[in-house]
Design a protein around this ligand. Structure first.
Ligand SMILES: C[S@@+](CC[C@H](N)C(=O)[O-])C[C@H]1O[C@@H](n2cnc3c(N)ncnc32)[C@H](O)[C@@H]1O
Length: 330
């Protein structure tokens, strides 16, 4: 089991009980422990570091695993940096549960590779999230939902990437902007416009644009379905001409009540109006639970189903995040 996968899961803040640790016989090796410290805990070499409470939980799970690998008490030992980190972290004042829930944190997602290619530069997307802020904020968009991870996984395949390569792409209800930023960063669209109705989410996406070193190929605009889509003013929008706000592809993930192709007010209907009149539409999801759609020029039939039926991620890094709370409808 590679440290690459563990690091990717950790930076994605997967629940510590779901982290895949290498076996104790590997963990006890000084080089392995040193790599773990530098990639996951060392403030000068690891970024973005997860919140303190998360790091404590991970060390609490990791240290016994390392200790299990001790076969020669004179030789084998726990890395002193990891030990010191543990001591430091548990001595810090604990934020209240409410503070923890509302804390925004940068999360780094690593794209799955098939087969694993640890030597290649990993494809990553950084988002700003607060997975506990769902109820307080009145929106479900402060975290990246499983549907987006599935859509990202699909788009990371050659078949998926072909839908957006060279295209003018809009995402509806983008939330953290994970899907849009992945498309803009790695799949060479003409441009991507990530939209959502929540101003705070728009602000987060704009901040993450810089964190992901994205330029004019990625734009963010506030848009509530059912209202006219306006030209997203501000920085770096020159690539989207005002009179040219039409799109080849519309993406949407986990838009709960909106997956109603026949509706005249849902997000699909809105997306349909935005696409060029000649654009045939198809939906990408036979999975009602995922409520993911992709509108593209690839199909001749309106809302026909593409053969997309990955129920659980088959690949390692974009693992679904465990929901900690039950959730309201949007
Ligand atoms: C469940 S979240 C999904 C976010 C993201 N697509 C994902 O999968 O992680 C639904 C998103 O749709 C947005 N939304 C809900 N109703 C909307 C509307 N009428 N117009 C625009 N955005 C809306 C919310 O603000 C939220 O960000």
């Amino acid at each position: 089991m590679s440290l690459h996968q563990l690091t990717a899961q950790y930076l994605q803040q997967l629940d510590p009980t779901h982290l895949t640790f290498p076996p104790p016989s590997t963990l006890i090796h000084p080089d392995a422990q040193s790599a773990i410290y530098n990639r996951m805990f060392n403030q000068s070499t690891a970024w973005p570091l997860p919140p303190v409470s998360y790091r404590i939980r991970v060390l609490k799970a990791l240290i016994p695993q390392i200790e299990e690998g001790i076969t020669d008490p004179d030789e084998d030992e726990l890395n002193s940096d990891l030990l010191e980190e543990w001591t430091n972290l548990i001595s810090l004042p604990k934020p209240s549960q409410i503070q923890q829930a509302q804390q925004l944190t940068f999360i780094k997602y690593t794209a799955p590779t098939s087969p694993p290619a640890p030597t290649a530069e990993p494809k990553t997307v950084i988002t700003s999230e607060s997975r506990g802020l769902i109820y307080a904020a009145g929106t479900t968009g402060f975290r990246t939902w499983e549907a987006s991870l599935h859509l990202g996984t699909y788009l990371s395949t050659p078949t998926g990437a072909a839908h957006v390569n060279g295209k003018r792409v809009i995402e509806l209800g983008a939330g953290t902007g994970f899907v849009s930023m992945f498309v803009a960063k790695y799949l060479q669209p003409q441009f991507v416009l990530a939209t959502d109705r929540e101003g705070a989410l728009i602000g987060n996406m704009k901040e993450c644009k810089g964190r992901n070193e994205l330029g004019a190929e990625f734009n963010v605009g506030a848009w509530e379905w059912g209202t006219p889509l306006e030209y997203p003013g501000g920085d770096n929008t020159e690539i989207v001409e005002k009179e040219d706000l039409t799109f080849d592809v519309a993406l949407g993930a986990d838009l709960v009540r909106c997956f109603v192709p026949s509706s005249s007010s849902g997000s699909v209907a809105n997306a349909e109006q935005l696409c060029r009149p000649t654009t045939p539409i198809c939906c990408l999801s036979s999975l009602p639970l995922l409520r993911t759609f992709l509108i593209t020029t690839m199909s001749k039939n309106s809302f026909s189903q593409l053969p997309y039926a990955i129920k659980t991620p088959s690949r390692p890094s974009w693992t679904p995040v465990q929901a900690t709370t039950s959730r309201p409808n949007v």
